[in-house]
Design a protein around this ligand. Structure first.
Ligand code: AP5
Length: 228
């Protein structure tokens, strides 16, 4: 019997946390998964960068943390995420990209989803080597206009330094400079690696080798979600 796209979608776990170091491909994979499964993509990094561009109160508070690669205080980020999780477009599920970032945030997420009766979620860990991380972050370029993500060698724009979609100018994120990458990796090791252990203990963690081509990584994640 033929299985329809809707049947396949129903069989997915629709609440997903994507975990992994800077440059692992969380944003890239979250975008593909959200298109494939029609789920809301919630990227804390994107929300914070937008607030900084718009110079909102949140942006003013977050700017120095984001640009130096430090974590923005939990109280600000957790409030921002829990509000977003109550929005209408999240009712069918979500992909969280960039949250939780430490064990306190993971606990807050569990408490919030528990109270909402939505405790059932999957955690996918994008396992990436340091050499690949440095190569990916160093070569990443973003469209100033539509925020599309490119890479100088892995996913180059068709025309030099301009976006294929909207011809916007491409730029390098301030936190993708060499010294800040080093700091982000240190922060990851200290603050976020314990989150992997937290989910591993709770038997939620599914690891994918994210050094591979992005299409292969996506396929492995979809296989995992289908089998759950
Ligand atoms: P955030 O934006 O979340 O940064 P990050 O976690 O460091 O992740 P990145 O966006 O750098 O990488 P990614 O894994 O999404 O990789 P991408 O897909 O772009 O956070 C930024 C800052 O905000 C933080 O430092 C902090 O200050 C603050 N913040 C955010 N969340 C917070 C929280 N919860 N609490 C406190 N503070 C918070 O890919 C990278 C490049 O590689 C791209 O060019 C892409 O084209 C390429 N690429 C991707 N996958 C592949 C592949 N498989 N093969 C080849 N190339 C690939």
């Amino acid at each position: 019997m033929a299985v329809s796209r809707a049947d396949v979608k129903k069989s997915y776990r629709t609440q997903i946390v994507l975990l992994g170091p800077p440059g692992a491909g969380k944003g890239t994979q979250a975008k593909s998964l959200s298109e494939e499964l029609e789920l809301a993509h919630i990227s804390t990094g994107d929300i914070l960068r937008q607030a900084i561009r718009q110079n909102t109160d949140l942006g003013k508070e977050a700017k120095s943390f984001v640009e130096s690669g430090a974590l923005v205080p939990d109280s600000l980020v957790t409030r921002m995420v829990t509000r977003r999780l109550l929005a209408d477009d999240v009712k069918n599920g979500f992909i969280l990209d960039g949250f939780p970032r430490n064990v306190a945030q993971a606990g807050e997420l569990d408490e919030f989803l528990g109270k909402e009766g939505r405790s059932d979620y999957s955690v996918i860990y994008l396992d990436t080597s340091e050499k690949i991380i440095v190569q990916r972050l160093g070569g990443r370029r973003i469209c100033r206009n539509c925020q599309a993500v490119y890479h100088l060698t892995n996913r180059p724009p068709k025309k030099d330094m301009s976006c294929d979609n909207c011809q916007g100018q491409l730029y390098q994120r301030p936190d993708d400079k060499e010294d800040t990458i080093k700091n982000r990796l240190e922060v990851y090791g200290k603050e976020t690696q314990p989150v992997e252990e937290y989910y591993s203990r709770n038997k939620r963690l599914f690891a994918v080798n994210a050094d591979k081509d992005s299409g292969i990584v996506l396929g492995e994640m979809l296989d995992f979600l289908r089998q759950r």
